[in-house]
Design a protein. Structure first.
Length: 390
């Protein structure tokens, strides 16, 4: 009798469990899990995304139901977030929502990823239904300047210069059809441009520019001969298309330093007041400073003259008291605006000084005076002779 009672009790318990499972299964079939929203949309690699899902009950009031999220790369559930949550009931034709926060891997590429959710009766986790939610991850390009070089490294007026700009996409998305242009700004006073592209040298096509990639844009510019010693500003404009098909652009100010070039030449040389005078002319575009000029004849240093500065387009005279007629060499050294030393040697020829000319009376003048004196003497002699006859 006791065994029969135990068997009947076991059958009743199993039946109850089967009815409960059947009811839960029927309830689950009437409940749908949907993605309500993703914030932000799209999310960038390395960012935080909020995913809101909702249970929608399309039938009668349901029993309890358990929801579990099973994140995989590139998603990681943030600390403090519960991966398993149970809802006691969902009223008929109603819905309940739940929000999860995930960290997106920085190495994720732009794509749509499935985020797996499972829901099942609380007492039967192995009997689950899987629902994948599409989460859109999309990177944004961020193009920055990494380095700028010029060839030649020291740019001077009149030069043709190649400007190489190394760019880095430190963003999380690809830039497509990227192109760059470099254009010098006009002078604020005259409105003229002293730096301008050589032919099409102000434009460079970059193409596709992926995250973490480096690209070098190269430009060829000409510097006007009238350019001064200063930094001229140019505008670097970069345009591209984002992965969402939108137009993107970024602009940078790029400074191009121009170094003026002093060039010293002999404008004139002559003997003046028993000194050898040399006029030094700066035909360059920048000041020459700390100038030393040494006169060398027959391997002997005859003297050194020092000038503090000769500005561009100006000249100054130096003098040497010790010299001799004949060939000589002027050894010249000076510094430019960037304190770079320049040296050069110029040949000179010193004419033999005219002693008569230096005394102030020329031979012709002396001869004229003698003739005049003789004529005057003859006139006086004739005049006296005539007076005696009377």
């Amino acid at each position: 009798m006791k065994n029969s009672t135990a068997i009947v009790f076991a059958v009743l318990v199993i039946g109850a469990l089967m009815q409960s499972s059947l009811a839960a299964a029927q309830s689950s079939s009437e409940v749908a899990l949907v993605l309500n929203k993703q914030t932000p949309y799209p999310v960038e690699p390395g960012g935080i995304v909020n995913v809101e899902v909702a249970f929608q009950n399309n039938g009668s009031t349901s029993g309890s139901i358990t929801l579990e999220v099973v994140p995989s790369e590139p998603f990681t559930l943030l600390p403090g977030e519960d991966s398993v949550k149970t809802f006691a009931r969902i009223d008929a034709l109603k819905s309940v929502t739940e929000t999860y926060k995930f960290k997106v891997s920085e190495s994720a590429v732009s794509s749509t990823y499935d985020l797996e959710f499972r829901y099942y009766p609380p007492n039967n986790p192995d009997s689950y239904i899987t629902k994948n939610m599409p989460i859109v991850v999309q990177g944004t390009p961020k193009i920055v300047i990494k380095d700028i070089t010029t060839e030649p490294s020291r740019v001077q007026p009149g030069d043709e210069v190649r400007v190489s700009v190394t760019l880095l996409n430190e963003g999380s998305g690809k830039a497509s059809h990227a192109q760059a242009s470099l254009d010098a700004e006009a002078d604020a006073v005259t409105g003229e441009k002293l730096i301008f592209p050589a032919l099409s040298g102000g434009f460079y096509y970059i193409g596709d520019f992926g995250p973490g990639e480096e690209k070098t844009a190269e430009f060829t510019l000409r510097v006007d001969n009238d350019a001064e010693y200063k930094t001229y500003m140019s505008s670097l404009d970069i345009e591209y298309t984002t992965e969402s098909g939108e137009d993107g652009s970024v602009q940078y100010d790029v400074g191009l330093p121009i170094e003026g070039r002093p060039i010293l030449e002999v404008l004139n040389s002559e003997i003046e007041r028993n000194e050898f005078k040399v006029e030094m002319n700066n035909i360059g575009t920048a000041s020459a400073k700390g100038i030393k000029i040494a006169l060398v004849q027959n391997g002997e240093n005859r003297g050194v003259s020092v000038v503090s500065e000769i500005k561009a387009g100006k000249y100054k005279a130096v003098r040497f008291a010790d010299y001799e007629a004949g060939a000589g060499i002027l050894n010249i050294s000076y510094y430019d605006e960037s304190n770079m030393l320049h040296t050069k040697s110029l040949d000179v020829y010193i004419e033999k000084p005219n002693t008569s000319s230096e005394s102030g009376v020329s031979p012709l003048a002396v001869y004229g005076l003698l003739v005049l004196a003789a004529a005057e003497g003859y006139y006086i002699w004739r005049l006296r002779k005539k007076l005696r006859r009377k």
